[in-house]
Design a binder for this molecule. Structure first.
Ligand code: GTP
Ligand code: MG
Ligand code: ZN
Length: 301
C-alpha cells in the first residue's frame, strides 16, 4: 500500500501526497482512529489505500517524531513563532506561553517579528523600535534566534528562507500578525488568502482556517496555520512550565531543593538570578502567572 505525507486537513478530509510526488489524494481516515482517540495531523507520514473513485482511506499513521497540538502539526522540527511588532502589538506573555509548549514538544524555536515597516520613522516610532530591540536582545540572551521582517518591503525574508531550508517548520501566532503574508513573500507565485486586521479590535479576522504544508523554493516545508490568541496549558503538568523556560531549567540545578517551584522556596537560584538582574524579570513574572493559571485549571484528561 502506498505511503505519503498529509499536506492539508480540511473539512474532515486529509490530502495525502505520495512519496513519489504528484498531486495529493483526498482521503478519509479509518473510523478506528477516532475510536482510539487518535487523529491524523498535517505532517503525518501515513499508509493509505486507494478507493475506486480516485480517493483514498488512511489506514495507518506512522510513528511521529514530534507532535504539536496547537497548532496541530506532526513531525515538525522547527516552530516559527510569528509576532507583529505593531498591529497587533508585541505580546510577550503569549510568546512565553507558546515557548513553554514548544519546549515541551521538543521542537526548536525561531522568533520572527513582522510588520517592521509599520513603525513610524522618526521620534514617533521610537518607543516601538525600543520595545522591539529590547525583546530581541532578551530572547537572544535566552538562546533563541530572532529575525525581524517586513513582508511588505521583503525585508528579512531571504534570511528567513535560508533558516527554514531543509526543515519541516510550523508557523504559529495570533490571527492577523502576518503568517500567510510572510509565506506569500517566501514563495513566489503563492497566494494564500490574507486580510486586514480589525483596527477597532486590534486583532485579525481568523482568515486562515486550515493547516496546510507549503513547499519552499530553497527546500523544506512549512505549515501555515490558523491564528489564535487563547492558549491554555491543557495536557502539560505543573513541572513542565518551569522546564519550558530555558534559562530556569539551567539555573534550577543551583536551587537548594530538588523540585523547587521557584515560587516560595528558600535558596532558589532562579529567584536569586532575577533579583540580581541576571535573568529577565518579565519572563519570571509570566512564569508566576502561568503557574497560577495552571493551578486554577487542573489537568485535562
Ligand atoms: N504593513 C504591513 N502589513 C502586513 C505585513 N504582513 C502582513 N501584513 C498585513 O496584516 C494583515 C494580516 O495578515 P495575514 O497574513 O492575513 O495574517 P495571518 O497571521 O495569516 O492571520 P490569520 O490567518 O487570521 O491567522 C493583512 O492586512 C496583511 O496585509 C507587513 O510586513 N507589513
Ligand atoms: Mg493566515
Ligand atoms: Zn528554584
Amino acid at each position: 500500500m502506498p505511503e505519503g505525507t498529509i499536506v492539508k486537513a480540511l473539512s474532515g478530509y486529509y490530502y495525502v501526497r505520495s512519496s513519489d510526488g504528484g498531486i495529493a489524494v483526498r482521503c478519509r481516515a479509518r473510523g478506528v482512529f477516532k475510536k482510539r482517540g487518535e487523529s491524523p495531523l498535517v505532517g503525518d507520514r501515513v499508509v493509505y489505500s486507494e478507493t475506486e473513485n480516485g480517493e483514498g482511506t488512511i489506514t495507518k499513521i506512522l510513528p511521529r517524531r514530534t507532535e504539536l497540538i496547537r497548532p496541530p502539526v506532526a513531525n515538525a522540527d522547527l516552530a516559527v513563532l510569528v509576532f507583529s511588532v505593531v498591529h497587533p502589538d508585541l505580546n510577550l506573555a503569549l510568546l512565553d506561553k507558546f515557548l513553554v509548549h514548544i519546549e515541551h514538544a521538543g521542537l526548536d524555536a525561531l522568533l520572527v517579528w513582522t510588520k517592521t515597516d509599520r513603525i513610524p520613522e522618526g521620534p514617533e516610532g521610537e518607543r516601538d523600535r525600543r520595545i522591539m530591540a529590547e525583546a530581541q536582545a532578551l530572547y537572544e540572551s535566552v538562546g533563541y534566534e530572532v529575525i525581524a521582517t517586513s513582508a511588505k518591503r521583503a525585508e528579512g525574508v531571504s534570511e528567513l528562507a535560508s533558516r527554514l531550508s531543509g526543515h519541516l517548520s510550523v508557523f504559529a501566532g495570533q490571527s492577523g500578525v502576518g503568517k500567510s503574508s510572510l509565506l506569500n513573500a517566501l514563495v513566489p507565485g503563492l497566494s494564500l488568502q490574507t486580510s486586514e486586521i480589525s483596527e477597532k479590535l486590534g486583532r485579525g479576522k481568523h482568515t486562515t482556517r486550515h493547516v496546510e504544508l507549503v513547499e519552499l523554493p530553497g527546500g523544506g516545508l512549512i505549515a501555515d496555520t490558523p491564528g489564535f490568541s487563547q492558549l491554555d496549558f491543557g495536557e502539560l503538568g505543573i513541572e513542565d512550565i518551569g522546564s519550558g523556560f530555558r534559562e530556569f531549567r539551567q539555573l534550577s540545578s543551583g536551587c537548594k531543593f530538588r523540585g523547587c517551584t521557584h515560587l516560595h522556596e528558600p535558596g532558589c537560584a532562579v529567584r536569586q538570578a532575577v533579583e540580581r538582574g541576571e535573568a529577565a524579570r518579565s519572563r519570571y513574572e509570566h512564569y508566576k502567572d502561568f503557574m497560577e493559571e495552571r493551578k486554577e485549571k487542573p489537568r485535562r484528561y
